[in-house]
Design a binder for this molecule. Sequence first.
Ligand SMILES: Nc1ncnc2c1ncn2[C@@H]1O[C@H](COP(=O)(O)OP(=O)(O)OP(=O)(O)O)[C@@H](O)[C@H]1O
Length: 678
Amino acid sequence: MATSSATERRLQRLGLHTPQDYIVHLPLRYEDETQLVPIGSAQPGQSVQVEGAVLHSEVQLRPRRQLVAVVGDDTGRLSLRWLHFYPSQQKQVFKGRLVRVRGEVRAGFNGPEIVHPRVAAAGGALAAALTPVYPTTEGLSQPTLRKLIDRALESADLSDTLPDDIRDRFGLVPFAQAIRALHHPPANVSAADLLEREHPAWRRIKFDELLAQQLSLARARAQRLSQRAPLLKPQNTLLLKALHARLPFALTAAQRRVVDEILADLQRAHPMHRLLQGDVGSGKTVVAAIAAAHAIAAGAQVAIMAPTEILAEQHLHKMVDWLAPLGVNTVWLTGSLTQKTRRDASQAIQSGQAQLVVGTQALIQDKVAFANLGLIILDEQHRFGVGQRLALSKKGELGPDTDTVIPHQLNMSATPIPRTLAMTFFADLDVSVIDELPPGRQQVVTKLLADTRRHELTAHIGAEVARGRQVYWVCPLVEESEALQLQTAVDTHQQLSEILAGMAVGLVHGRMKPAEKAQVMDDFRAGRIQVLVATTVIEVGVDVPNASLMVIEHAERFGLAQLHQLRGRVGRGSAQSVCVLLYQNPLSAIARQRLRAMYETTDGFEIARRDLDLRGPGEFLGVRQSGAQILRFASLETDAALVEQAQQLAAELLAAQPETVDRHLGRWMRGKQDFLRT
Ligand SMILES: Nc1ncnc2c1ncn2[C@@H]1O[C@H](COP(=O)(O)OP(=O)(O)OP(=O)(O)O)[C@@H](O)[C@H]1O
C-alpha cells in the first residue's frame, strides 16, 4: 500500500518507521464484531452490534439540526443519532431497510440510543475475530493502520529473541505467537481478557519490554564502570577525625553505614554514581560533609550544588561551620555575586586554591573551570535538568592530568523513590538509604483545618512563641501568576504582623534580593524572627530545628511531595511539632486524597508510593516534559513481579549470553538508550 506524504508524517508522529515499529504498535482495545445481540438486551455503557429494521428516520431541526433514526427487532428498539451527518449517512437509514448497527449504547431521553453509530447493510458475514483498535493520530484511520500493520506482520522478523529454555522457565509464550494474538486475537479470547493485559500474550510483551530496559541500564552501568575516576585515598585520617570531633552529635547507625558505602566508592578508580536517599530531616548534610572531607583530604576539589540559593547558602553555612576551622578553603559561587567576587571565586577554583565550592547552577557555567574536581554533590538532583547534570559532570573532564577522568557523583534526595521505580529507572545508580531519624525526634502531628477556622490559629501560634519556639506560615501557590503569589505573601505578612502584635514576624519570598533573603533566614535561624511568612522558597532543605509549628495555606493546591517537604521543615528538633494544613472547600477528589495521605502518614516512602499512584511514574520523575514514554506496556504499579523476573534474567543474560542481549536490545531499544540513562 503506497502512503501519501501526509500519511507518512502522521505515521512518523506515532513513531512508526520500520516494520519492527509497526509490529509493536499494539491495540489499545478491541471491538467485538463477532456477534450480534438482540436489541432488547443492549444496555447503556455496552459496545454492541445489532441488526434490525429501520422503523423511522428523520432530520430534526430542534434543538439543533440532527439525523435521528429508530431501529427495531422482535426484542426492542434503539434510537440512532447523528449530530453531524452527510447525505450518504442519511441514505443508509431509509425506512424499512434492514441494517447492521454498531456503537456504544447510552441512556437517551427516549430510551437507549447510539450516537454516531456505524451502519451497514444487514446480513453480511460476521467478523471471525475481535477487531483491534490502535492508538492513532488525527487523520490516520484505523483501517489504514490495520493494513500497514498487517503488511508489517508479513515482512517483519518475528523470530524469538529468547531461547526456548528461558521462555519455559519464565512461562513465556513465543514472541511471534504473542504478537500475532494481540493483532489478531484467536477466536477463544475475549476482549475483556486482552483489555486486562493479563493474557499470556501481553505478559510476554511486558516482560520483553522490562527486560530490554534492564539490559540497557546494565549496559550503561558497564560503560560507566569502564570509565576512569580519580582514586580518592587520603594519606591520613586527620581531617575526618577532626570533623567527627567537631560534630555536636554522634552519627546514627544508618548514617555510619551510608558513609562507609560512599567512602568505599570514592576509593575505586571508576566514577561513583550514587543516590543518597533519606527522608526529610534524616541528616544527609553531614554525610555530604564527610564525603567532601574525605575527597579533600585526598587532594581533590569538591563541588556542592543546590537548586536554590537559600539551600545552597545553608549548605555553605554548615560546611564553613564544620570545615573552615579545619583549614578547608571554601568558596561560594552563585549567580548573584558581583562580577569581581565572581571572578575571584572562578580564579580560586581554577587555581585549585578553592578546595570546596558551594553554589547554585552558576557552578556549571562555562567560565568556571576546576583544577581538579574529584567529587560532585548534587542536592535534590531531580530538580536540576538532565542537561545541567551532564554539564557538571563534564566539568571534571577539564582536569589537567587527562581529559578522560570523570568525577565521582553523589546525588542527595529527600524524595524517596519507591522500590520498583528505583529498580527500573535507576538501575545504573547505587542507592544508599538513611532509614533512621536522629534520636529524640517526635512525629509531627498533622492537622487539617478548614480555612474558615483560621482565626483559631492565633492562640496556637502565641502559645508556641511563648514556649520559645518558632513558626512557619507558608503562603499559597498561585500558579497563574507569580506577581499575585508575591502579593499574597506581602498581604499575609501584613495581616499576621497586625494580628500577632508583639511577635517578630518576618517575610521571605523568591523575588527578594539574595542578600535580603539571606538576612531574613539568618534572623530566623538566630531566633530574632519568631514567625516566618514564606513562599515555597523554604520548601527544600531549610533546617531550623527550633521551629515547631508550620501552617500551610491552601494546602489543597500543593502536590503531595511538596507538602511532605514543607512539613519536613518542622519536627527537626526534639520538641513536639505540629503541621496545620489549611484548606478551602470544595476539595477536588485528588486534593482530598492528598490531604488524607498527609494526615495518615509521615513516612516519606509511603507518601512517595501514594504520590506515584496519584500521578503516575512519568510525572513523578519529572520526565514528562521530555516527551518520551517510559514504559509503553508494562505498569510499575501492577507488574512488580515481572520487573523482578526481568531483572534476574537480565543479570543472567549479561553474564552468559551476550548475543541474546544484543538481539533483544536490537528489537526493543532502537534510539531509546539515551533516554533511559538520564
Ligand atoms: N546523628 C544525628 N544526631 C542528631 N542530630 C542530627 C544527626 N544528624 C543530623 N542531625 C541534625 O538533624 C537536622 C537535619 O539534618 P539535615 O539538615 O542534614 O537533614 P536532611 O536529611 O538534609 O533533611 P532535608 O531533606 O529535610 O533537608 C540538622 O539539624 C542536623 O544537624
